[in-house]
Design a protein around this ligand. Structure first.
Ligand code: GTP
Ligand code: MG
Length: 599
């Protein structure tokens, strides 16, 4: 029998033994506990037998015995809870675990830094590095050899650009890290979103090379977009590494480092980070590996007295999550391997072999056959862990990324419409935001087209209180509560219950009708504040007012009203809005496609 066959037989046996065990998780726990409490209970059982004899003689004692029985059961339960706790402690790995995502503008050095971390932590040997050096040279990408450790596919190596989020593991004395190397190129922002949604800590890589910091930081550069997305996606701490300090245009210059720090700080504050508590800057060279595992030598950089990257990562604290909460694991990917294997990060609760769970929103009841953390099979995994879970009871093709593996008793809600509070960050072409606005919604692993069906309330950014007047449209910077509709059921939570699953981002992708160009910027940052049932929206109020306000809001660009209208009006509102636009004497530009009611 070759190794593969043996492995197959082992796995089959494992599946069979789990399937034979008809009990669910609670039953399994009860069995375990019986074993542990048996010794202690022997005397109790003996006593109980005696009591049973007496019971036959004296019926009064029966009542007493029942009370003893109840007491014993309560004790057993307490013991079992304590025991479960102890088993859980044993099963959880000793070191804490952190998910770190590398973000930042294209070519900032994310993959190089990630690769260097693996090299410095002894996971890549010199021979492999030499092989990559040769391969990179053959592809005329000499300086990319370190990035090749993270960029593993051919397309990435040829282009020198990360496409898929790279995943690797390393350990320091205190912590096990999963590193997620996100792509910086604007075309792959959805992949970056998926990477960041799995992380608690972000390493924002900024190139200090002359001109590169500037391009990354300017509007349309990914430095800004990544920071805003990371904040929205729940990356609570940021290490801002000022990279390429070795570059001849930088040469470990304190002035350049200070310039970058002083320009980034107000922006990070405006993006919602508490710069004193949640952000740490440090200079490195990812390519050479300086100030990474050990502090930079004074002969290289005399002015830096702070930590190196490994120290800073080790010192990062993240909020504790509740391992006993209802189980939630958004599914990022799935594949077939002796069952259906789903991958994702546990956001709440714990999972262990033998658990019965439900996949939402399709309500498929499943059984957990095995749990893997990094490369290792584990008995149980808690919140924050990136895991692979082998399931029975569901076919791989019946699962989509964005589905959520969930506890049966408290499954995650699935909705097609919800109310949310949005903060408008940057609308494409400075347009207006009103009912009918369409965008792509990103929440945990979900990517789904959505439409804003009604604006409900505008929130005063200063007082954070709802404003009195009726809101028909808003512009950049506004905070607005609105109703959002999606075509397919999606799994979300209230922000107040599970921030990680109640926070989303809207982006507008593809072409805007008016200018026919790629939209690059983050549209909106949103927080789901509450949900409720579908409401009737067929009567959009005062469309004439809306059209007039649209006109005055756009000012000089009134000629675009028609086009914006065609994008924004809900189907039911369209027949009414069209005459209003005519009434305003606003016509589409001749070059634009003809106005037509949305289907
Ligand atoms: P994307 O994945 O495309 O977003 O890029 P990235 O941020 O992963 O950058 P990558 O690691 O691929 O590096 C891009 C280029 O910058 C390569 O040529 C690297 O050699 C170079 N580079 C990265 N880090 C350093 C550094 O510390 N010093 C110098 N001099 N060059 C660096
Ligand atoms: Mg990369």
């Amino acid at each position: 029998m070759d190794i593969d066959e043996k492995k197959m037989v082992d796995i089959e046996e494992e599946i069979r033994s789990l399937q034979l065990d008809s009990g669910d998780a609670t039953e399994m726990i009860a069995e375990d506990n019986n074993e542990v409490v048996n010794a202690e209970d022997e005397t109790a059982q003996h006593e109980e037998l005696e009591k049973v004899d007496k019971m036959e003689e004296d019926s009064k004692e029966e009542v007493h015995n029942q009370a003893v029985e109840v007491e014993k059961k309560v004790k057993e339960k307490e013991n079992s809870a304590l025991d479960e706790e102890a088993t859980f402690e044993k099963e959880l790995p000793k070191k804490r675990h952190l998910n770190v995502v590398f973000i930042g503008h294209v070519d900032a050095g994310k993959s190089t830094t990630g690769g260097q971390i693996l090299f410095l932590s002894g996971q890549v040997d010199d021979r492999t590095i030499q092989k990559y050096e040769k391969e990179a040279k053959d592809k005329s990408r000499e300086s990319w050899y370190m990035a090749y450790i993270m960029d593993t596919n051919e397309e990435e190596r040829v282009k020198g650009k990360t496409v898929e989020v790279g995943r690797a593991h390393f350990e320091t004395e205190m912590t096990r890290f999963t590193i997620l190397d996100a792509p910086g190129h604007k075309s792959y922002v959805p992949n970056m979103i998926s990477g960041a949604s799995q992380a608690d800590v972000g390493v924002l890589v900024i190139s200090a090379r002359k001109g590169e910091f500037e391009t990354g930081y300017e509007r349309g550069g990914q430095t800004r977009e990544h920071v805003q997305l990371a904040k929205t996606l729940g990356v609570s701490k940021l290490l801002v590494v000022v990279n390429k300090m070795d570059d001849p245009t930088v040469n470990w210059s304190k002035e350049r480092y200070d310039e970058i720090e002083s320009k980034m700080t107000p922006f990070l504050k405006a993006s919602g980070y508490n710069v004193k508590k949640d952000v740490q800057f440090l200079p490195i060279s990812g390519l050479i590996g300086t100030n990474m595992k050990t502090r930079v030598d004074k002969s290289v950089c005399s002015w830096w007295g702070g930590p190196c990257l490994f120290e800073a990562l080790d010192a990062t604290e993240i909020p504790q999550r509740d391992p006993k909460g209802p189980f939630r694991m958004p599914i990022i990917d799935k594949f077939k391997d002796m069952g259906t294997v789903v991958m994702g990060k546990v956001e709440s609760g714990s999972v262990r072999e033998g658990d019965s769970m439900v996949v939402m929103p399709n309500k498929a009841h499943v059984k957990v056959l095995a749990v893997f953390c990094d490369e290792d099979k584990v008995k149980r995994a808690g919140p924050g862990e990136n895991v692979r879970v082998r399931l029975s009871g569901v076919e791989e093709e019946d699962i989509l990324s964005g589905f959520v593996l969930s506890s049966i008793s408290r499954p995650i809600p699935s909705v097609s419409e919800f109310e949310a509070q949005l903060q408008i960050l940057e609308l494409v072409d400075n347009a207006i935001f009103t009912a009918g606005y369409k965008a792509v919604l990103h929440i945990h692993a979900v990517v789904e087209e959505c439409e804003i069906v009604e604006l409900l309330q505008q929130i005063d950014p200063k007082t954070k209180k709802p404003m009195k007047r009726k809101v028909l449209f808003v512009k950049n910077g506004a905070i607005v509560v609105c109703r959002v509709q999606v075509n397919n059921l999606i799994c979300i939570e209230k922000f107040s219950d599970f921030p990680q699953l109640g926070r989303f981002t809207l982006r507008t992708e593809g072409k805007t009708v008016a200018h026919k160009r790629q939209a690059e910027s983050v549209g909106l940052q949103c927080y789901i504040s509450w949900q409720h049932d579908r409401r009737d929206t067929t009567t959009a109020p005062s469309l004439e007012t809306r059209a007039t306000e649209v006109g005055s809001a756009i000012g000089d660009r009134r000629s675009e009203i028609g086009l914006i209208g065609s994008e924004l009006a809900t189907p039911t509102a369209w027949p009414q809005i069209l005459p209003c636009l005519r009434h305003l004497d606003v016509l589409p530009r001749p070059s634009a496609p003809p106005l037509r009611p949305p289907s």
